[in-house]
Design a protein around this ligand. Sequence first.
Ligand code: GRF
Length: 219
Amino acid sequence: MTPTDRVRVGVLASGGGTNLQALIDATADPSHPAELVVVGADRHKAHALQRARDASIGTFVVLKRDHPDRASFDRAIVEQLQAHGVQWVCCAGFMKVAGPPLLEAFPQRILNIHPTLLPAFPGLRPHEQVIEAGVRVSGCTVHICDEGTDTGPIVAQAVVPVLPDDDVQQLQARVLRMEHRLYPMVLRWAAEGRLQVRDRTATVHLRNGESTTLFGTDV
Ligand code: GRF
C-alpha cells in the first residue's frame, strides 16, 4: 500500500491517550490501511498530545472557552481536521459529544470507544455505574457517533468479567486492555471500506476468523 492510498484519520482526545497509543502502534506499519495524520484535543494538558508529538503526528488544540457557542467550537475542530485531509475520525477519550457540524462534515465516519457494553451504562463514570449495578460482565464498545451520548450504531464489542472485589481501577484496567485490541481492529475495517451503516445499523464485512465480538480471558 503506497502512502497516498492510506485512509487519513484524525483522532480526538482529552486525556491520557492510551487508546490513541494503541492506534498509533497499530498504524505504525506503513502497510496498514489507515494513517493517523492529526490528533486534536480540547485541553492543552491532554497527554494524548505528547503521545502524538512523540510519534511525529501533527496536533491541534481547540478550547471551548475561545468560542461563543458549541457550534463554533465544533466548526473549529472540523476546519482543523479538514485542513489535514481527514477522512475518518476516531474519538478516543474525547470528553465532548460530536455536535452537528462534526457529524455533517464526517457523516457516519466518526468512531467512538466507550468502556461499557452499550447501550448499558453510557455517559460519565461508566465503571462506577457498572460496579454499582452489580452486573457480572462489562466490556467496551466501538460505535459510530450520532447526536446522542454513546448512542450510535454499535460496530464491535469486547466482554470482560466483573469480579466480586473489583474496584474502579481494576475494572478499568481490564477493560482498557480490551479497548486497545478492539479499536485498532475496527479502524482497520473502516479504512478497508468494510464497515457500512444503513438504517442506524452497522455492518462489517468480515473475513475468515474475524468477529465483531472479543472475549477477554485474562483477569
Ligand atoms: C477510555 O476508557 C475510553 O473508552 C473512554 O475514555 C477512556 C480514555 O482513555 N471514552 P485513554 O485516554 O484512551 O487512555
